[in-house]
Design a protein around this ligand. Sequence first.
Ligand SMILES: Cc1ncc(COP(=O)(O)O)c(C=O)c1O
Length: 391
Amino acid sequence: MQTETDSLLAWRAEFPILARSVYLVSHSLGAMPRRVHDRLNEFADTWASRGVRAWHEGWWEMPRTVGDLIGRIIGAGPGEVVMHQNQSIAQATVLSALDWPAGRNRIVTEGINFPSNLYLFHALEREGAQIVTVPSDDGMTMSLDRMLAAIDERTRLVSVSHVVFKSAFVQDLAAIVRRAHDVGALVLVDLYQSAGAVPVDVRALQIDFATGGSVKWLCGGPGAGYLYVRRRLWEGLQPRLTGWMAHREPFAFEELPIAYADDAYRFLNGTPGIPSLYAARSGYEIVGEIGVEAIRAKSVRQTDRLIELADDAGLRVLCPRDARERGGTVTFDIPNGHAVTNALSTRDILVDFRPGAGLRASPHFYTADEELEVFVNELRGATGSSNGHRG
Ligand SMILES: Cc1ncc(COP(=O)(O)O)c(C=O)c1O
């Protein structure tokens, strides 16, 4: 019924896989926009016809021009976002620009942050950083009070995920940034599970660093991560993870020491992954055109509906039930989750399963209400669950 008035469904024709499957896995890999075919052809044609001239006819600028498409989704200004290969590299770049002096050497993070980020923080113990990992009681949510209490004058960096990948739990960035700045600490936020699904405004929130990637809600495909750094910090940051593109005069190939670029190119390293940037643009343009507010409104309605359907089917939901605390994903406690996910896949119902997280399902702006019912019915069938029997 809702579907008849859902204008976002007009976008379905732009995503070929939707004609063949119930696609509820945009928290993992967003569906491919049809126009990616054209964009990749455009890349090949440009390379074939323009050759080396392509660098100065747009390629060189792509880390910034594509970054600007992300900027308008996350509230950054023009030139404030640059593209990297993935989120891990973007985080590592930020970390490589910081020092860990005794007395101001703590990184405060959550135990349920994405593993890449935790691996990077722990590697910094060798350089004198002290990692304060705030535990989650249930492996799904974080206590804001406990997080705020862990941040003090010894903290150099607070690093959190806006939306936790395992459980879709939404963290209160405004409170975390306020506390961090009150004690003189910087804030690095992983936006991977929020950008394109949950509104975020990096400038309004006064976030110092934000990172993310393309693969999920932004429908941009692999090979394109992004980095936002608050403009007023640029001058003071000299990343150790660097390269010739970060130089003020890259084509002068000057000797040591590096003279960092004045703009956000100072956070780049080597040659950018141009084909990935061509592919990624399409998804960013579509998400930017729709607007994250509209995507979020639909997501809240459909994730609420999924939880309602799950309750009726006797399936146990693990993610927060309150939409204000939940991103775009609903997680289910399903025994034999791997096997069930595979069984659903053979029926062209695409979701995923992560140990410790459960079976994850996500409607996105292109999802029809009927597909939620199809999914829950099939899931009930695959698990043998029936109304009144939770488990
Ligand atoms: C919150 C979050 N951060 C980071 C990543 C991975 O980032 P990348 O593979 O681009 O380094 C993921 C998922 O793959 C994620 O969900």
